[in-house]
Design a protein around this ligand. Sequence first.
Ligand SMILES: [Zn+2]
Ligand SMILES: [Zn+2]
Length: 100
Amino acid sequence: MARRRNDMGINKPRWPKSGECRVCHCTDEFGCDAGCSWVDRAHTLCSLCTGTTADLHYTLWAIGYASRHYPQEAAFKWIVREARAARRRHDGYMKAIGIA
Ligand SMILES: [Zn+2]
Ligand SMILES: [Zn+2]
């Protein structure tokens, strides 16, 4: 599947599906040019996107989506978990690029 980006270089968000990076939309067949691998068991996030600003951007969108589409109790637990996981990924990214 071809990668789709809008003019801002940011993908229009949609709910993740297994086998496609939720941020850059790379797949097993069409990976990132620099080479990447899956960082989650569900295969929805690749190693070049994890912890980046684009990853955080996506997570914020997903939290808004979940708050509108999930039953309240389930959404709350999911949102807390996703927010923590996104912060951990971002911490790792900041360390990797030498900022933190
Ligand atoms: Zn990616
Ligand atoms: Zn990738």
